[in-house]
Structure formats: structure tokens, C-alpha cells
Design a binder for this molecule. Structure first.
Ligand code: AMP
Length: 190
């Protein structure tokens, strides 16, 4: 079993690439953003709790997100591997994930970062907002807030995973297929 984290700023292509990898490898893909959006759509208690943060482009509090992620892992006892997409986003989340993995005799094999410049990402997000109607993609100030959250709370994880020798950065600009191939190669070598 292998488990990877797909890492990168909003709009880097984590969701797109995770879906392709999932299809290729038959692993379980957990996107915390997707789980939140599902809960908002279905007006669950979790959705109501998360909505105001997501609408502001802020991170949902760690306790809520960590519990949700661990529930998602528990729901998939027979997984061949997990693709974590959009989690962890804080040091507390990364520590909780390590603890959860250890508890299940599993580990994170690599954290693969899709890299792209902010201005390109902002253009992509605005386009995605137009296509999907996602409210946090439609407002540039919310997008800027998500980048600020990333810089303050998520960027320190680069160092966290580098210290564990698990951090791999790849160029997130290019065709979807090209990037998918690169990811498959990295995963095959883990
Ligand atoms: P995403 O779909 O990954 O861009 O996530 C959309 C929004 O969901 C984020 O801007 C956060 O408000 C929330 N969210 C997703 N994942 C996390 C996480 N790991 N920690 C905190 N908030 C999250």
C-alpha cells in the first residue's frame, strides 16, 4: 500500500490530477474541499459549520477538518492506497495525519507538490469560478485570502515534509496528460 499527499496552492490542479490517478491506480481519493462542499450542499451540521469559513476563503478549523479526514479514512478499510488532496493544510493537520497513519501501520510515501505562479493560478481559479459557479472562485478578494492562508499556514509543510525526505515538487504548468504521466512515474518509483 502507498499513500500520497497532493500538495499545492489553490488552482494548482490537485483535484484534476487526483481524479486521473485514482482512475489509473484504483486508490481512494479524499478531497477535504469536496467533502465540505458535499456537506454544504446536503445541509448537514458539518456543512453548516464549514460554510462561513469556506465562503470567506479561510481554512476550516483543524479539529473539524482532522476529525472529518479521519472518518473518511475509516470508511475505506480495504483501500489499496490513499490520495490526500487538500489535506493537510496546517502543521497540526500534518501531525494528525502522521499519527493516524502510524496508528494504522500505514505511512505517507510522498508529498507531491504541483507548482505554478500566483498570477496563473488566479486566472485559472477565476475561469473555474465562471465554469462551476463555485463562490470561493468567483471573487478575487476571496481568492487572495486563500493564497494568504496558504502562505501563512500551509507553506510551512514544505519544510515539514522535506525533513522527512518526502517532498517532491513538479511543474504544474503544462498539459494535463503530461503532468499526469509525471505523477504516475513518481508514484511508480515510490
Ligand atoms: P479546496 O477545494 O481544496 O480548494 O478547498 C476549498 C475550501 O475548503 C478551502 O478554502 C477551505 O475553506 C476548506 N478546506 C479544504 N480543505 C481544508 C483543510 N485541509 N483544512 C482547512 N480547510 C479546508
Amino acid at each position: 500500500m502507498k499513500n500520497i499527499v497532493l500538495f499545492g496552492k489553490p488552482g494548482a490542479g490537485k483535484g484534476t490530477q487526483a481524479a486521473l490517478l485514482k482512475e489509473k491506480l484504483q486508490w481512494v481519493h479524499i478531497s477535504t474541499g469536496d467533502v465540505f462542499r458535499y456537506n454544504i450542499k446536503n445541509q448537514t451540521e458539518l456543512g453548516q459549520l464549514a460554510k462561513s469559513y469556506i465562503d470567506d476563503g479561510a481554512l476550516v478549523p483543524d479539529e473539524v477538518t482532522i476529525k472529518m479526514l479521519s472518518d473518511e479514512v475509516e470508511k475505506n478499510p480495504d483501500a489499496n492506497g490513499f490520495i490526500f488532496d487538500g489535506f493537510p493544510r496546517t502543521t497540526a493537520q500534518a501531525e494528525a495525519l502522521d499519527y493516524l497513519m502510524q496508528d494504522k501501520s500505514m505511512k505517507i510515501n510522498a508529498t507531491i507538490s504541483l507548482e505554478a505562479e500566483d498570477e496563473i493560478l488566479i486566472q485559472r481559479l477565476i475561469q473555474r469560478g465562471k465554469d462551476s459557479g463555485r463562490s470561493d472562485d468567483m471573487d478575487e478578494s476571496k481568492i487572495r485570502n486563500r493564497f494568504d492562508e496558504y502562505n501563512q499556514k500551509t507553506a510551512p509543510l514544505i519544510d515539514y515534509y522535506q525533513k522527512q525526505n518526502k517532498f517532491v515538487a513538479i511543474n504544474g504548468i503544462g498539459s494535463i496528460d503530461e503532468i499526469a504521466l509525471k505523477l504516475e512515474q513518481i508514484v511508480a518509483e515510490l
